[in-house]
Design a protein around this ligand. Structure first.
Ligand code: AMP
Ligand code: MG
Length: 331
């Protein structure tokens, strides 16, 4: 049994997971998400980092207990090395280095965005998918091509989750906005025409965000219709760029990642697109879409099997690491 402890701390979530690489099983996946008192949203990096420090010991004990293993049984310690918020990354990296030194087990630094794709390959039978990564800060279409994971398309301004949360805030809904928008959208009856901005394989959401603020102020539209129309428009943009990347790369598998991937309407639209082009789409449980440490442990395991090791003295965090900065040794 090859056991990995994974640690995630790129942004609001501190997570610890234990994964069995040979049995291909996630033994535990503890997720401790930072929330503001009033549910107002907004993250102050130093406060989020304090949260991670507060919960790290508990998260580790829970993950080991849920998995029924001792830390000493781990073969490696994997951690999110980047990209992300420096303050937050530093906490996870510190915990991972300490564990690695105390246990005398190798450390493996993992790219968070790539981990969102690798978890899909590990938990489903998808082999070479295009990933639609739709989270708070990130919106990218990623696939493996010519020895690297490459970004085929992305947002030119804000991430789709942050866009949705900003829209929700303007409507007076709390944070996170995604689930509230999803449930209000079910009551929507009218499709309001909204700016649709796809440029090649990229999307842009800033103009739409401004347009919506004006529409909300006018008082002419119901919340439900606005939520419905936002979902239909924005998800159509995401599905269009994902489909373009599939056509461009000739790949016939699609997977999703990021908190926005929890949205059932987005999933449905992806399913329809894939059916129409004879491709396959794979879905995961929500715990593997949101930021989580299982995906870090999984990617760390694959890298470890291919010989990757991160020396403690070279385990600096990489807040702005790009997906295609990573040389891929494990595929
Ligand atoms: P992440 O950054 O990957 O943790 O994802 C967080 C983002 O996902 C936030 O912006 C949430 O509003 C968004 N989100 C969570 N659930 C849903 C949902 N059901 N529909 C749309 N967005 C969602
Ligand atoms: Mg993420």
């Amino acid at each position: 049994m090859t056991l990995a402890i994974g640690i995630e701390s790129t942004a609001h979530t501190f997570g610890v997971a234990v994964v069995d690489g040979d049995g291909k099983k996630v033994l535990s996946n503890v997720i401790k998400a930072f929330k503001t008192e009033e549910g107002e949203g907004g993250m102050i990096p130093s406060k989020v980092a304090d949260h991670h420090v507060d919960v790290c010991q508990e998260a580790l004990s829970e993950a080991l207990k849920n998995a029924g293993v001792k830390a000493s049984q781990a073969d490696l310690v994997a951690f999110s090395q980047g990209p992300g918020i420096g303050h937050c990354l530093r906490v996870g990296a510190g915990v991972a280095r300490s564990l690695s030194l105390a246990l005398k087990k190798p450390l493996v630094g993992v790219n968070h965005c790539i981990a969102h794709l690798e978890v899909c390959r590990f938990l489903t039978h998808s082999r070479d998918p295009v990933l639609l990564y739709a989270s708070g800060a990130n919106t990218q279409v990623i696939a493996y091509e010519a020895g690297k994971y490459r970004v085929f398309g992305e947002t030119l301004d804000i991430g789709v989750g942050n866009f949705i949360d900003g829209f929700a805030r303007a409507l007076g809904l709390g944070f996170p906005g995604g689930p509230k928008i999803e449930s209000l959208a079910k009551e929507g009856k009218r499709l309001i025409k909204l700016p649709y901005s796809v440029k090649g394989m990229d999307v842009s959401l800033g103009g739409l965000s401004t347009n919506l603020k004006t529409k909300i102020k006018s008082g002419e539209y119901s919340k439900e219709d606005l939520c419905f129309s936002v979902q239909e428009t924005v998800f159509a943009m995401l599905v269009e760029v994902a489909e373009r990347a599939m056509a461009h790369t000739g790949k016939n598998e699609l997977v999703l990642g990021g908190g926005v991937a929890c949205n059932k309407r987005l999933q449905e639209m992806c399913k329809v697109m894939c059916e129409e082009r004879g491709a396959e789409v794979f879905f995961l449980e929500n715990q593997f879409y949101v930021d989580n440490a299982a995906m870090i442990a999984i990617t760390g395991l694959e890298m470890y099997k291919a010989g990757a090791r991160t020396l403690v003295e070279k385990s600096e965090i990489r807040p702005s690491e790009r997906t295609d900065d990573v040389s891929v040794s494990w595929r």
